[in-house]
Each structure stands twice: as structure tokens, then as C-alpha cells.
Design a protein around this ligand. Structure first.
Ligand code: TXA
Ligand code: MG
Length: 341
């Protein structure tokens, strides 16, 4: 199959026709590019799993054009969901809610919940409105690989496997949406993103729900119950192909030792702006100091370094706890292994 990257404004109609006919289209959102299909079409949804090589137990996010559509595809839309949607939609917040039968079972991978979000991107919204159906879309990368933040990234992973990639330019957020489970007594953040726990808690408090939110610390936890909660959040993910190790600002001496022990290996480094690149490092990329700019640049930087034929990548994990840093740290942790002592 020949894969084409096309300007989103000129090829929207063709994308709508493909979705309506049970086909697949890659499209931009504000977070990352998605690989979309009609969420009511079982065979189309199954082909998403097949093309990505995605495990059948990892459910997909359903994208909708507005709150009314979200209500139409959930069995219950609690007051908390209404308040959060009012504040954060369209935007990078996905809510896990009880599903109803209008969403085909493959979307939910056998679970009785559905993850649902209204994206804040004119192309995604136009595609949703004109297709007239909810669109199931995971990130448009091969399973486990770094998420795509440009049309070219999608092409690099999926060329030959899909027909059409709508090009809407680089994604403005650059990290996948916050996933919030609203089926538990206190809402739980399953995946951190641009909508932070503090933002969620303050919205809920303003709507008279003062219990706040919990944050699921999925990393390293591997109980059966956690696996069931959100399979995609536990496995190693978002990873470059080159073996990648993480380090922290406080690890400077460990890092130097590791580099000395590496003798002759070609090392690529991804550091934060405050980091002083050690002498002799041939391949280094430095990320911006601002958290939003850093999030936007992260996946491009991982892909760039991956192309430089290094033996190993050393990636700095931020330690800050405000703004987007925890979400960036989450992705870095899941893209890397710990540096050996
Ligand atoms: O920003 C985003 O969310 C992007 C764009 C395209 O919207 N999509 C995205 O999809 O990142 P994906 O499939 O790469 O990640 C969805 C995450 C997975 O970790 C999955 O396990 C979780 O959401 N998820 C989906 N449905 C769920 C459900 N019913 N219960 C719990 N977790 C769910
Ligand atoms: Mg993904």
C-alpha cells in the first residue's frame, strides 16, 4: 500500500470518506498524531490493533466532537465528568467512564469502561464532525515506540500500512493526554499529561467535589489488579530503538563513571537545559528549560538521537514536580532503563 502525507485542509473530505467506509486515517491532535477509525466499526477497530502490533488487552481512546457525543457513548456521565469536560474540553484530558453498547467491544479490549476525549485541534474536530461518528484512535506509532508529533513521524512508523496521513503541522502539546479514571470513588490519574492533578483537583473543588484526585504510580508496580486497570500504562513504552538509560541531575559522578566504563561506545545524550554536557560527548541534544517547550520537543529529540547510530542513549529525567515536568519524567522513565551503578 502506498502511504501519502497530505495537507489536512485539502484532504479532509477524503479522510472522512475513508473513516465512513471502515478505513483508517492518521490525523493530528494537539497532543500527538492519532491513528483513527470509526469506533462503532468492529473490523476497522481490529485493524488498528493489527497495524500497530498492539496487544489485544490494551484499550483505545475514543475521540468525540463534544460533550453531548461523550454522553451518548457512556453508560454514566457523572457530575465530575461534566465539570471537567466544561473546563478542559476540547483539550488533553481523557476520562475513563462506564461504556455503553454503542462503542464496539474491541475498543475497550474487553473492559466495561471506555476512555473518551474531545481533542483541541481544528483538523481532529473537523474530522469528527464531518464523519459523524466517534473515532477510536491510539497514538499513530508502532506499539511501544515513541509517539509521533509530526506527520513525518507517522510515516516513518506506518508507511506501507496505511493509506492517508493528514498533515496538520507539529503537535502543540507534544505529550499524550492525561488519562483520568472516573469509575473509582476518588478519581485516579492513570497517565500524567498537560492537565495536571492540581488543575483537576481545583476544578473538582470549585464544583463542590473537594476529595481531589489520586495519582496512580504505575511505574514498577505490577500487580494483577494494576495490569487490569490500564494495561498500556505499565509496559515499557514510548521507547527509542537504541538502548536508552536514564539519569538525574544528581547523578553527575555516576554518569562520568558510566561514560569512562563505556570505552569506545558511541554515546548519545539527551539533557535538560541546565545540564553541562561532559566533554567528549559527540552526540548531544539539549531540551529547552521551559516545561511546555520541553514537552513539545521531547519526542522529536528522541527520534533524532535514534537516527544517529549510537550504541546507547543517556537521557536525563527531570526531578521537578510542577507543571508538565512529572508527565515528561513519566515518559522518560518508560522510554528508558535505569543506568547501572
Ligand atoms: O493524547 C492522546 O491521548 C493520544 C491522542 C491520539 O488522542 N492518544 C493516545 O492513545 O495516547 P494511546 O492508545 O496511545 O494511549 C491510550 C492510553 C493507553 O495507555 C491505554 O491503556 C489507556 O489510555 N486506556 C484506554 N482505554 C482505557 C480504559 N478503558 N481504561 C483504562 N485505561 C485505558
Ligand atoms: Mg500510544
Amino acid at each position: 500500500m502506498r502511504t501519502r502525507i497530505q495537507p489536512a485542509d485539502l484532504f479532509l473530505r477524503q479522510a472522512v470518506e475513508l473513516i465512513r467506509a471502515g478505513g483508517l486515517v492518521a490525523f493530528p491532535t494537539e497532543t500527538v498524531y492519532g491513528l483513527g477509525a470509526d469506533a462503532g466499526c468492529e473490523s476497522a477497530v481490529r485493524s488498528i490493533y493489527k497495524i500497530k502490533g498492539r496487544p489485544a488487552n490494551n484499550p483505545l481512546i475514543v475521540h468525540v466532537a463534544d460533550v453531548a457525543a461523550a454522553q451518548a457513548y457512556t453508560a454514566k456521565f457523572p457530575r465530575s465528568a461534566a465539570a471537567l469536560a466544561e473546563t478542559f474540553w476540547p483539550g488533553p484530558l481523557t476520562m475513563v467512564l462506564p461504556r455503553n453498547k454503542r462503542i464496539c467491544p474491541a475498543v475497550s479490549a474487553g473492559k466495561n469502561t471506555v476512555a473518551i476525549r474531545c481533542p483541541n485541534h481544528p483538523v481532529a474536530l473537523a474530522l469528527l464532525r464531518e464523519s459523524g461518528c466517534p473515532i477510536a484512535a491510539p497514538s499513530a506509532n508502532l506499539s511501544g515506540h515513541t509517539s509521533p508529533t509530526t506527520a513525518q513521524h507517522v510515516y516513518d512508523d506506518l508507511h506501507g500500512l496505511i493509506e492517508l496521513i493528514l498533515d496538520g503541522g507539529p503537535c502543540t502539546v507534544g505529550l499524550e493526554s492525561t488519562v483520568l479514571d472516573l469509575t473509582t470513588e476518588v478519581p485516579v490519574v492513570l497517565r500524567p499529561g498537560a492537565v495536571t492533578p492540581e488543575m483537576l483537583a481545583s476544578c473538582l473543588a470549585a464544583a463542590d467535589m473537594p476529595d481531589g484526585v489520586q495519582v496512580f504510580s504505575g511505574h514498577g508496580v505490577k500487580t494483577a489488579a494494576d495490569e487490569l486497570k490500564s494495561p498500556g500504562l505499565l509496559e515499557s513504552h514510548y521507547a527509542p530503538r537504541t538502548p536508552a538509560l536514564r539519569f538525574y541531575a544528581s547523578d553527575a559522578s555516576r554518569l562520568h563513571r558510566y561514560m569512562q566504563d563505556c570505552g569506545g561506545k558511541r554515546i548519545g545524550l539527551l539533557g535538560l537545559e541546565s545540564f553541562a554536557v561532559p566533554p567528549g560527548m559527540s552526540e548531544a541534544v539539549i531540551l529547552p528549560a521551559d516545561d511546555q517547550a520541553c514537552a513539545r520537543a521531547l519526542y522529536q529529540a528522541l527520534r533524532d538521537l535514534d537516527h544517529r547510530r549510537c550504541d546507547v542513549l543517556l537521557i536525563q529525567c527531570p526531578s521537578d514536580t510542577d507543571g508538565l515536568w512529572p508527565a515528561i519524567a513519566d515518559r522518560v522513565r518508560r522510554a528508558t532503563k535505569e543506568m547501572p551503578i
